[in-house]
Structure formats: C-alpha cells, structure tokens
Design a protein around this ligand. Structure first.
Ligand code: CO
Length: 208
C-alpha cells in the first residue's frame, strides 16, 4: 500500500462522515465515553473496531502481541486503570484469535531473542495447562486450544488487579474472554464465568 493512498483515503472518509453529519468531528472532539475496553492482538487481520462494528468513541482499544495482560507492563496497566477509573468502562474484553503468530511462536522451543520475555508469559500458560494440551493429538487443535487458554489466563490476570476488583464491587464491572476465528470471521464468546473465577482467586489475590 502506498502511503499517499492513506491520506487520500482519509479525505474520502472525512467527506463521508461530514455528508452524514456536518457536526460529526465537532461532536467527536467533545470527549469519549466508551462502554468497553478491548484488549486484542496487534495482528493486522484482527481489526478491533471493524470486527465489532463499533464507531469512533465506542470502544477503548489496547493491542499487543497475543493480547497479553502482564502486571508489570506499564502500558497495559495504564490503559486498564485509565479505562476503569476515568472512562468508567463496565466491560473489559480480552480478544484472542485463532492462528495467532505470537501463540505459534511460543509453542516453538527456540530462542527468539528480544521476544523471549514476552513469549515466556504464553509459555507459562502452556505449562499451567500442559496435561490438557499434550493430550490433544492434532497440532492445529492444540494450537487453537492454547489460543483459548491464553485468553482465559489473561482474563484471570485482569481479575487479579485492584482496578478490576474494586470496579466489580462498586458497579459490577465484568471481564469477558473472546476469540476471533479468522477462517470464518466469527467472534466467539468463551463464556468465562467471571464471578466464579473472581471468587476462586480471591483467597490469594484479594486486593480490596
Ligand atoms: Co495474534
């Protein structure tokens, strides 16, 4: 793609928005009140807004390799705390996707340089669920299952944070785990039982 095309596309987009509503950008500049924080993968095929059909202003977005929630990642934790405390979102979503390159890389036993510390967190998910994963004979099925388990573990990492725990108590904030199926375009809700998971980990991680 030519970069000149980006600016030409932008002009077209502006014209379309203004044709539908002459005050569109004026309204947009007034502020945002998104209902959800979406944490997804940086993968260019998994376009957060497009796959959810949301408009500018409707979803607060954070993307990184393999949709990870790591407690010492200042970027992730700043986004989370800003979204919950200031924007007051009521839903936090972790959205993984099948055929995730980050998850695939973590499944290979090899040195990937600077990516090692990041992928370590996915390898830890594998270790936690090794018995289940190793019992899956087909490599693709095992790969896709690790994508799902990784989403589940990142949801649990969210539940371990003080921000999520206090917003749950205060206003019933919920955490959701989704997977985007690149082969069909379908968004799948893993139906993680947020309240059960929360109570399950409170014994150790209660920060309230
Ligand atoms: Co990915």
């Amino acid at each position: 793609m030519q970069l000149e095309k980006v600016f030409a596309n932008n002009e077209i987009w502006i014209a379309e928005k203004l044709a539908a509503d002459p005050c569109y950008f004026e309204k947009l500049s007034k502020g945002q009140s998104p209902e959800i924080l979406y944490i997804g993968c940086s993968d260019s095929r998994v376009t957060a807004e497009e796959l959810m059909g949301v408009q500018p202003g409707e979803a607060f977005i954070h993307r990184n390799i393999a949709n990870m929630v790591i407690s010492i990642d200042l970027n992730m934790m700043s986004v989370l705390n800003y979204a919950i405390t200031h924007l007051r979102v009521n839903h936090v979503v972790v959205c993984g996707h099948y055929f995730c390159g980050g998850v695939k890389a973590a499944m290979q036993a090899k040195d990937l340089g600077i990516l090692n510390p990041w992928l370590r967190n996915i390898r830890d998910v594998y270790r936690l669920h090794k018995t289940e994963l190793n019992a899956i004979p087909d490599e693709n099925d095992r790969y896709n299952r690790l994508v799902e388990l990784n989403v589940q573990e990142q949801c649990i990492n969210l539940i371990k944070t003080a921000a999520v725990q206090s917003a749950y108590k205060e206003r019933g904030l919920r955490v959701h785990g989704w997977v985007f199926d690149i082969q069909t375009g379908k968004l799948i809700d893993l139906k993680i039982d947020f309240v059960k998971e929360l109570h399950g980990i409170m014994e150790i991680y209660n920060l309230g």
